[in-house]
Design a protein around this ligand. Structure first.
Ligand code: RIB
Ligand code: CA
Length: 312
């Protein structure tokens, strides 16, 4: 069985990603959800994980991670995800009874991975602070990490600045540590998620008809879409779903290329820029597979089917 830990900052697209992941126990055994400050503050992100796992009837362990990036102050994205970080839907009142098994995601991940009888995959859809600290604090754990599936960075446009994507921008030092680890990484950047892996408004309204889970998903996506459209987006990128789908349904992705990637640590508009090494003489040990295209129709259908499957 493919064991997975999801490190996330729900966040509406993180919530859709988690909903998709939990719809496929045949493809992924989710042994833990770790939370990271990002879209909103850590306490809100953690509450959102509790709300979602309660709603979906999951019993996956939750562990709280870092509230802030390694070096700089946190910058959040409440304008996109709302005051709660997952606005648009009233989740079950008893959600906050959902147990938090640890307030230290780093030791939690180390124990779960070290004690696992097989290698573990990490899906990371927020700033990479927790994953970076795991690798730095417990270097031997890397031997038990199968693959890291990241939503973050971009080999084209930014979304926080012209050059930088939010997750990498919030903690570029962490992104650099993870990218330089040499571990196999599949990267879903904005070049894929904004340009190719999006939902239309019509598709979001269709989700409303996919049972109770569809009502929840469409309600939070409606909020997210209104915020994205205020920015001028007409295609609504479900960024984090790509990180999950690249694990459970890699066949959806039709083009990719391997690179080593440098992360800018400057304190300007290029902070967090993720730049692929395209030099002819670039070293051969390229560990990051950058996804560049997806079959969008199949991507959308997979999300629909995953949401629907929760209603069984
Ligand atoms: O830039 C998009 C990423 O930043 C997504 O993971 C979204 O949830 C936010 O965390
Ligand atoms: Ca996220």
């Amino acid at each position: 069985m493919t064991k997975v830990i999801m490190d996330c900052d729900p966040g509406i697209d993180d919530a859709i990603a988690l909903t998709v992941l939990l719809a496929h126990p045949e493809a992924a055994d989710l042994i833990g959800v770790t939370t990271i400050g990002g879209n909103v503050q850590l306490y809100k992100v953690t509450k959102n994980a509790q709300k979602l796992l309660t709603f979906l009837g999951s019993n996956t362990k939750i562990a709280m991670g870092q509230s802030d990036p390694l070096v700089k102050e946190i910058e959040t994205a409440g304008e996109i995800h709302g005051k709660t970080g997952m606005d648009g839907y009233q989740f079950p009142e008893n959600s906050l009874e959902y147990p938090i098994v640890s307030d230290n995601a780093i030791t939690f991940m180390n124990e779960e991975i070290t004690n696992s009888d097989e290698k573990v995959n990490i899906v990371a859809t927020g700033p990479l602070t927790n994953v970076a600290l795991l690798l730095k604090t417990f270097p031997k754990v890397a031997e038990k990490i199968e693959h890291i599936y990241v939503m973050g960075g971009s080999i084209e446009q930014g979304n926080i600045t012209l050059a930088s994507e939010f997750n990498a921008y919030v903690d570029p030092e962490a992104a650099k540590i993870v990218f330089d680890s040499g571990l196999p990484i599949t990267l879903s950047g904005l070049n894929l998620t904004e340009n190719k892996a999006y939902l239309t408004m019509d598709e979001i309204s269709q989700i409303k008809n996919l049972g109770k889970t569809g009502e929840m998903a469409s309600a939070i996506l409606d909020f997210y879409a209104s915020a994205e459209r205020e920015k001028g987006m007409t295609k609504i990128p479900v960024h984090d779903a790509c990180a999950v789908l690249s694990l459970v349904a890699p066949e959806l992705f039709t083009k990719s290329e391997k690179f080593n990637i440098e992360v800018s640590l400057t304190n300007d508009q290029f902070r967090g820029m993720t730049y692929p090494d395209r030099r002819v003489y670039a070293p051969d040990d390229k560990n990051i597979e950058v996804l560049e295209d997806v079959n969008r129709e199949k991507f959308v259908q997979y999300i629909f089917d995953s949401i629907q499957s929760h209603n069984k």
